[in-house]
Design a protein around this ligand. Structure first.
Ligand code: AMP
Ligand code: MG
Length: 367
């Protein structure tokens, strides 16, 4: 299959691109679209055949559910059956954060096929703020299932080029909406009623993202158990299958968001002893020699997430772009500095941990 790439500016190009996307979506085909987090691979969420094509193109296992995008309260009610006890917190969170980078996990309606939710009784729903995505869903006027437009377990795409690197030849169309403004996947929250009379609603954070705990804490009691780093079973291999019941949000899989090149996340510079015959690249946070990482080895290449200032939103925008660049160098190992765990840095450090868990150990490694 040939994959077309269409520009979305100036305006006549946008109109043409949106029309082409809507035609393909109507015909049950998947189309890659920009969102403010990462590029999504969209298909009509109520069409099981279209949804199957998304799983096939991504090589995504059927136990990993998709996020459904809506663009109105009426469409939210079409895909989710919101119980009265969640009505108020859902209205608050959608009023505050939609359109935006917050995904809500809610009881699903019968309009959503079981394939979309991997058989779960819940559906993950979001409303994207990206103008191109918003145009497409408005013109289509149907909910869109749209997980990230990468092959399963790999680095999420934050540009149209990155989508092509992942899915060229597997999907008919990519709309080029430029670089993604947030740069990491949405925050996933499952709201629940208060756990004691008169208490605040409970917000289970299933995946850290651009909407931060500081943003959310005014609206409920935060619960992290689902994403907190779990102690590993002794001798567990990072790629041991995770029983499906444990996978409440598959972004929680220990091994996910991975470059092909092995990635090692350091806790401190002293932890790293380079081996003379191996080639390394460094993913630095600020690029500041005082942090102690730059001189650890003859790095083949050093890239800096937020040069100088250490601004976390800047690091987020550059994160997957730079990780993909390092992955393409063909070094033996990517060494990553830790990222401060505040704001969106919580999501970045979480993705680095999963990337570090996500590669096969070399065959020669006897451990
Ligand atoms: P992706 O957009 O590729 O990151 O994939 C969508 C993500 O949404 C998955 O990794 C899941 O973590 C999450 N997700 C989708 N549906 C549900 C659900 N019903 N309950 C919890 N998490 C979900
Ligand atoms: Mg994904």
């Amino acid at each position: 299959m040939q994959t077309r790439l269409l520009a979305t500016d100036p305006k006549p190009a946008l109109d043409e691109a949106v029309a082409a996307a809507v035609d393909l979506l109507h015909a049950g085909q998947p189309v890659a679209l920009p969102t403010e987090t990462v590029y999504g691979l969209a298909a009509v969420a109520t069409d099981p055949d279209a949804v199957r094509r998304v799983f096939e193109a991504k090589e995504r296992p059927s136990h990993d559910p998709l996020i459904v995008h809506v663009n109105s309260r009426a469409m939210l009610d079409q895909v989710a059956d919101i119980p009265p006890e969640l009505e108020s917190i859902v209205a608050t969170l959608t009023g505050q954060f939609w359109p935006g980078a917050l995904t809500l996990v809610l009881p699903k309606s019968s309009a959503i096929p079981d394939q979309v939710t991997a058989g779960l009784p819940t559906v993950a729903v979001r409303r994207s703020a990206h103008p191109v995505f918003a145009r497409v869903i408005k013109s289509l006027d149907q909910p869109l299932a749209a997980p990230s437009a990468n092959r399963f377990g790999r680095i999420s795409p934050t540009s149209a080029r990155a989508v092509l690197a992942e899915l060229e030849g597997r999907i008919p169309l990519v709309l080029d909406g430029g670089a993604c403004a947030e740069g990491v996947e949405s925050t996933i929250v499952k709201p629940a009623p208060p756990d004691k009379p008169g208490g605040k609603p409970v917000l289970h954070i299933l995946r850290a993202g651009p909407v931060t705990p500081d943003d959310l804490k005014r609206f409920g009691k935060l619960n992290w158990t689902a994403t907190a780093p779990k102690p590993r079973r002794p001798h567990a291999h990072p790629l041991d299958p995770v029983p499906p019941t444990v996978v409440e949000a598959p972004g929680m899989l220990d091994a996910h968001y991975s470059p092909v090149t092995p990635l090692r996340l350091l806790a401190s510079p002293g932890e790293f002893q380079p081996q003379p015959d191996r080639r390394y690249a460094l993913l630095s946070f600020r690029g500041d020699p005082d942090d102690g990482y730059l001189d650890l080895a003859e790095f083949e290449e050093t890239v800096v997430l937020s040069p100088g200032s250490g601004k976390l939103p800047e690091a987020a925008v550059r994160f997957y772009f730079l990780l993909r660049h390092l992955d393409d160098l063909g070094v033996d190992e990517i060494i990553a500095e830790p990222i401060p765990e505040r704001g969106v840095g919580i999501a970045l450090q979480d993705r680095l941990r999963r990337a570090a868990a996500g590669h096969h150990r070399p065959a020669t490694d006897p451990s």
